[in-house]
Design a protein around this ligand. Structure first.
Ligand SMILES: Cc1cc2nc3c(=O)[nH]c(=O)nc-3n(C[C@H](O)[C@H](O)[C@H](O)COP(=O)(O)OP(=O)(O)OC[C@H]3O[C@@H](n4cnc5c(N)ncnc54)[C@H](O)[C@@H]3O)c2cc1C
Length: 477
């Protein structure tokens, strides 16, 4: 009786609970399957760069599994529905005794998995599900009233308390499987039907497990110690840039947390400030995952705070297009958007500034910005992206209060004082003195060919405050 492992957003062989469980002993052969559901990825709004990287990561996984003598079937199937049908055929045709997979928390994915589990139950096939994206599974960090936290800080406190300052070690890659244990019929089918997807090398992101481990080790060796002071300075590249590896499951959060915990003298908090702060960021990631499970409406594009559904968002395609292209006339916003378009990644401080600019200064619906980020980020991750956008738009759990609206110019002066980051993406501002780069005078802009600001900060701020104030008054009335 052969065991099947279904890979999804967990494209790694180390610390993969589903794979480790399938290879728990040598009693039964193990084979694996993964889909390349391009149509579904596009329907979920992923962009071409990320889709290409997903494909590259799947091919890298095939190599890693092959070194363990575990055949991977890279199966056709454009959509979740196709995938389910295909899996059911495989399970029946080859009489698999069990299927193992790691849980995805988004609503469509959970519905798909539920269908499969019920189907398996009716046929006495064991479906084993594992949590690999969160150290504490959603639903296990609750208030005294057994509710999910709506605010991060008490969630973090409860999370840390439940972890008792300990971190479980990641599990190793499974032992190499003996050759020739897999039934010939399965091997033949796997060989005939596997379709490794064509992809191109990305000049910035290496979509394989080893690169993720190298980057983690490098970050923990040095930058993490300065993380608290430097993480908000986009010019320094002082954050880990591991979000890409986490989003594709090339690295697990447990691998990150365990390495940080070891470096922090076996503490999750109360150790080095830089490491404690970095660990908190990983807890934010977990918080947003717990939220989408507790409030599945978030997966249907609903605001966490229902009253904010009435904010009179402006429907301006031309303003939206200027924001997307990085032509707002606010250098910090424009440089941020150009970083996104160039690298497929944006610094966290800049994500907040540019998201707040779209939703407050331009009063454009956060859902449009969320979709644009999702399309261009290589680390696009539904829970973190939705959480970040709703935080910035003041529509979310523990969002910024609506009256706290970042002034892009002062943010720029504070976090990029010399304008070094600005000129990396807006080289025409190089000829200006550092202090003028944040908000050049009209004639300086003309001299550099840089646009005039598309809105005036004070007026735009007042417009946003009015819109939100009216919405909250309506709720109160
Ligand atoms: C509007 C907006 C959209 C965002 N969209 C995404 C997204 O699609 N995918 C994504 O992974 N992150 C998203 N974030 C969170 C954060 O900006 C990125 O995780 C971070 O910038 C990635 O860089 P890093 O790996 O160097 O992070 P580091 O600073 O090194 O942090 C380590 C890890 O912690 C996690 N993390 C850090 N900050 C956050 C946060 N605020 N929320 C959730 N997790 C966090 C990430 O997994 C990150 O890799 C978004 C934030 C905002 C404000």
């Amino acid at each position: 009786m052969t065991r099947l492992v279904w890979f999804r957003n967990d494209l790694r062989v180390h610390d993969n609970p589903a794979l480790a469980f399938a290879r728990r002993d040598n009693e039964a052969p193990v084979v694996a399957v993964v889909f390349v559901p391009e149509q579904q990825w596009r329907q979920h709004g992923l962009g071409e760069r990320r889709i290409n990287l997903n494909k590259a990561a799947i091919c890298a996984l095939q190599d890693s599994l092959s070194a363990l003598n575990i055949p991977l079937l890279i199966a056709p199937g454009e959509s979740f529905r196709d995938n389910l049908g295909y899996l059911q055929e495989l399970l029946t045709q080859f009489e698999f005794s069990e299927i193992n997979f790691n849980i995805e928390y988004e609503l469509n994915e959970r519905q798909r998995d539920r269908q499969l589990v019920i189907w398996c139950r009716d046929r006495h096939i064991t479906a084993n599900r594992f949590h690999d994206q969160c150290l504490l599974p959603p639903g296990e960090v609750l208030t005294g009233d057994a509710q999910m936290y709506k605010v991060f800080t008490p969630f973090r406190k409860a999370w840390l308390s439940q972890m008792s300052n300990l971190c479980p070690p990641p599990c190793a890659a499974p032992a190499v499987q003996k050759k020739a244990v897999v039934p010939q019929a399965i091997l033949d089918f796997w060989q005939q039907h596997s379709q490794p997807p064509a992809h191109t090398e990305d000049d910035l992101w290496a979509a394989d497990e080893d690169s993720g481990h190298e980057q983690l080790a490098e970050f923990l060796d040095r930058d993490v110690l300065y993380y608290q002071e430097q993480r908000d300075l986009p010019d320094l590249d002082a954050t880990s840039r591991l979000s890409f590896y986490l989003a594709l499951g090339l690295l697990s959060p447990r691998q990150c947390l365990y390495s940080a915990w070891q470096k922090n003298q076996c503490m999750l908090s109360g150790g080095e400030t830089g490491i404690d702060t970095w660990i908190s960021e990983l807890i934010w990631r977990e918080f947003y995952r717990h939220l989408i499970v507790a409030w599945p409406e978030l997966c249907k594009h609903r605001a966490f705070r229902p009253e904010t559904e009435d904010v009179p968002w402006r429907d301006s395609d031309s303003d939206f297009a200027r924001w997307c292209a990085g032509e707002t006339g606010y250098p910090i916003v424009d440089a941020a958007m150009k970083q996104l378009l160039d690298q497929g990644w944006m610094h966290n401080r800049l994500r907040m500034i540019s998201a707040m600019f779209l939703t407050k200064h331009l009063l454009i619906d956060w859902r449009r910005g969320e979709a644009f980020f999702n399309q261009h980020l290589v680390d696009a991750d539904f829970a973190a992206n939705n959480g970040g956008w709703q935080w910035s738009a003041s529509t979310g759990a523990d969002g910024a209060p609506y009256f706290r609206i970042f002034n892009p110019t002062t943010q720029s002066e504070k976090f990029d004082p010399q304008g070094n980051f600005l000129v990396r993406y807006l080289p025409s501002l190089m000829k200006l003195p550092a202090k003028s780069r944040h908000n050049p005078a009209p004639e300086q802009r003309n001299g550099c060919g840089y646009p005039q600001p598309m809105v005036e900060h004070k007026a735009a701020r007042e417009r946003a405050l009015d819109a939100f104030r009216q919405t909250s008054e309506r709720k109160a009335g």
